[in-house]
Design a binder for this molecule. Structure first.
Ligand SMILES: C[S@@+](CC[C@H](N)C(=O)[O-])C[C@H]1O[C@@H](n2cnc3c(N)ncnc32)[C@H](O)[C@@H]1O
Length: 250
């Protein structure tokens, strides 16, 4: 395990924001508590901004796999167009250079479409999965299914852009999975955190951690299930504490 600082994350370009840095740190640590030893996986790494943080939490006997096309041929013309438009100058070596500025060794790097992830990593062993590859519905549906297959019981999965205007396919794919046993436990402006296992231990752990996290939060209910909305807003922590008090008294 290695401490990865905010300035190391900040130095790498990408789409990974501060409230999620905090929740990743929490979720990585908590997943070790709930799962024990387990593997880590990122689908879609770009230049390594989120990967370097995940890479700091890899323990003895655990494997961290990073899978990305890194500019290689996509499965579909739509995915190829998406990548040309969004990541035209991405190369695997640019990712690797960034990663090695923070860590002594690379993770297991797979240059392939995420549709092939099940061929490369072990099923049922992952305590933490970050789904952030293609943002097109057909691809995300596959990535969501893979996250189910790959997660250890009580593993946590972070889904990027689950509610963004430019990525409605991600929203559709992620929310429809809630009918198949995916349990959201927290959302930020950019990411949903969910488990294919029992949500209660995650909700309880969040309820203990959030008041001390420095983040603002509110507890929502989706059907009968608690889901925390979490955001960065100095001063709003008090509101979250009041919510927690209400929760304890009910
Ligand atoms: C939004 S970026 C990842 C951002 C990164 N996680 C961060 O925090 O900065 C999406 C990445 O997914 C990769 N990608 C796009 N389609 C993919 C696919 N079908 N399979 C694997 N990787 C894909 C792109 O090459 C790009 O690096």
């Amino acid at each position: 395990m290695a401490v990865v600082t905010d300035s190391q994350i900040k130095a790498i370009p990408g789409w990974f924001f501060r409230s999620d840095w905090s929740i990743f740190r929490f979720a990585l640590e908590e997943s070790s508590r709930q799962v024990g030893k387990g593997d880590l996986l990122e689908l879609g790494a770009y230049l390594g901004k989120s990967a370097v943080l995940i890479g700091g939490d890899v323990g003895q006997g655990e494997t961290f796999t990073v899978l990305d096309l890194f500019g290689a041929q996509a499965d579909t013309p739509a995915n190829a167009a998406e990548n040309e438009d969004q990541y035209p100058s991405l190369t695997r070596s640019r990712f690797e250079e960034n990663y090695l500025k923070v860590h002594d060794a690379l993770p297991s790097v797979i240059q392939a479409p995420s549709s092939q992830v099940l061929d490369h990593v072990s099923s049922g062993s992952h305590r933490f999965v970050h789904v952030d590859a293609s943002h097109l519905y057909e691809h995300v549906v596959g990535d969501v299914r893979a996250s189910r297959e790959l997660s250890a019981p009580q593993g946590i999965v972070a889904f990027d852009d689950y509610r963004t205007f430019h990525a409605v396919g991600v929203s559709a794919a992620v929310w429809e999975a809630t009918r198949d046993g995916l349990n959201p436990v927290a959302v930020t402006e950019m990411k949903m955190y969910a488990t294919w296992g029992d949500p209660d231990p995650w909700v309880d752990a969040l309820a203990r951690w959030l008041p001390w996290s420095g983040l603002a939060f509110e507890e929502e209910r989706i059907a009968e299930n608690a889901v925390f909305r979490v955001w960065r807003k100095p001063g709003a922590v008090i509101r979250g504490l009041m919510e927690l008090q209400k929760r304890r008294m009910s």
